[in-house]
Design a protein around this ligand. Structure first.
Ligand SMILES: [Zn+2]
Ligand SMILES: [Zn+2]
Length: 258
């Protein structure tokens, strides 16, 4: 069986009806909240299923009692907060898409016809971050397309929407914000890279690395010694290396650059 052939659920409660001391047959029921795989959600909404990554699970509100003997094992599911730029890396410093992870909630509509088991008839996705740009044609995140992050607003927006609605900022202007304080060329290069995900930046983007660089920058501004700032930073994630990035003024706060 492959990893995605299993059903996954979060254990909410363990109900011991009979420990089985006398009978030798314990009766233990487990109350679980189901995760939906792309495989499960495709029957209700293919547009959600098509956007899901291979190891992605949706945290549904559908609960059920299952017999304890039907549990095969325990796994870790990484939770990703869609409204943040950062995420928990796996132990080998991969992004969460390299293991089981969940980032959206799923509301499941259940009906129960007389004398029959309750069944799901529809689903609604909750908790997806929505592009902050006016007139965005498709607010959901599709990791084929680049998004930028405003640290002040804690929101993501499509690069293609920014190009349409936001004020474009010259790279000299962005560099000027840092140049006077920073004579470390590589730090200057990294701090002037926008926080991005999708496209070449992959599903979870460069947020973790960008935030480490931002911390180094804050230290530098306070006059602290930041030598060795890049020891723990994968500067390659702050892509593209040589090319100038396109910068925009965040259309939501109209203050930060993205
Ligand atoms: Zn958009
Ligand atoms: Zn903003």
């Amino acid at each position: 069986m492959s990893e995605m052939d299993y059903w996954y659920g979060c254990i909410e409660r363990v109900c011991v009806v009979d420990e089985g001391k006398d009978s030798g047959q314990p009766k233990i029921w487990i109350y679980v909240r189901w995760y939906y795989r792309a495989e499960d959600v495709k029957w209700y909404d293919t547009s959600i299923a098509n956007r899901m990554k291979r190891r992605e699970l949706l945290d549904s509100d559908e609960c059920d009692y299952i017999h304890f003997a039907s549990i095969d094992g325990m796994v870790k599911v990484a939770y990703v907060d869609e409204n943040m730029a950062t995420y928990d890396e796996t132990e080998d410093r991969e992004d969460p898409a390299s293991r089981l992870f969940t980032r959206f909630d799923l509301e499941v509509k259940i009906v129960q016809d007389e004398g029959r088991r309750p069944r799901a008839v529809g689903v609604t996705l909750r908790g997806a971050s929505e592009c902050a740009c006016d007139g965005c044609p498709d607010r959901a995140y599709d990791d084929e397309y680049e998004q930028r992050y405003c640290d002040r607003c804690e929101r993501w927006m499509h690069l293609r929407c920014l190009a349409r609605v936001a004020e474009k900022l010259k790279s000299e202007l962005i560099h000027a914000l840092f140049e006077a304080t920073c004579d470390d060329k590589e730090l200057l290069r990294c701090i002037t890279k926008p926080i991005a995900r999708g496209g070449v930046h992959k599903t979870f983007g460069n947020g973790n690395e960008a935030m480490k660089v931002s911390d180094a920058w804050k230290c530098l501004k306070r006059g602290e010694d930041v030598r060795g700032w890049d020891e723990d930073v994968n500067t390659y994630a702050l892509w593209p290396e040589a090319e100038e990035a396109l910068y925009y003024r965040c259309p939501n706060c109209k203050q930060h650059w993205v």
